[in-house]
Design a protein. Structure first.
Lengths: 111, 115
């Protein structure tokens, strides 16, 4: 299983862009990179997923360098409601059981 | 609402009692997962089903835990003789197996407090 390393916590202010980097040196060829967001007392919510290069959706962007040993989740212009825990997961999603959550990054957005 | 549905959302039980949680996955999703999450920790994988077959069980799933998915639709997670250490949020998730980079969608969780 590819292990991920991400900062334990980050602080930001409203309106700023937030970049959360995740290291996954042992990523396998078939592994996808998936980010989830979790608010207190709620289940994780899918944010974005990618395999290589850049992926963008209405919520975030995901940057993946060519070696795929790391990835960066970019949240544009954060608001207070983006305060949450963000998890980076690496695995072969089809296997289902290979999804392993680490401790995540606790993002605190301040006014 | 077509998301993953879990109930009850909260359950308080006395130590030694049995509890059962139910999960209704997203329609047409043939994979269903159970995770457990304690305060301050990320979710931990417990088990998963493909249709009605339970294909993987974590070592976290002690003999007091049993999960079923009859007919490959909804699933139940039963905890027998609950202990205080079982207090956690139990998360259900589902996915559709054949999608490349398949996404797993989680429910809102079922909180268990054992007193």
């Amino acid at each position: 299983l590819a292990k991920t390393t991400q900062p334990i916590s980050m602080d930001s202010y409203e309106g700023q862009e937030v970049n959360i980097t995740c290291s996954h040196n042992n990523i396998a060829t078939n592994d996808y990179i998936t980010w989830y967001q979790q608010f207190p007392s709620q289940g994780p919510r899918f944010i974005i997923q990618g395999y290589k290069t850049k992926v963008t959706n209405e919520v975030a962007s995901l940057f993946i360098p060519a070696d795929r040993k790391s990835s960066t989740l970019s949240l544009p212009r954060v608001s207070l409601s983006d305060t949450a825990v963000y998890y980076c997961l690496v695995g072969e999603i089809r296997a289902g059981n290979m999804l392993t959550f680490g401790g995540g990054t606790r993002l605190m957005v301040k006014p | 609402d077509t998301g993953v549905s879990q109930n009850p959302r909260h359950k308080i039980t006395k130590r030694g009692q049995n509890v059962t949680f139910r999960c209704d996955p997203i329609s047409e999703h043939n994979r269903l997962y159970w995770y457990r999450q304690t305060l301050g920790q990320g979710p931990e994988f417990l088990t998963y089903f493909q249709n009605e077959a339970q294909l993987e069980k974590s070592r976290l799933l002690s003999d007091r835990f049993s999960a079923e998915r009859p007919k490959g639709s909804f699933s139940t997670l039963e905890i027998q003789r609950t202990e205080q250490g079982d207090s956690a949020m139990y998360l259900c998730a589902s996915s559709y197996r054949d999608n490349p980079g398949d996404t797993i969608y989680f429910g809102e969780g079922s909180w268990l407090t054992v007193v």
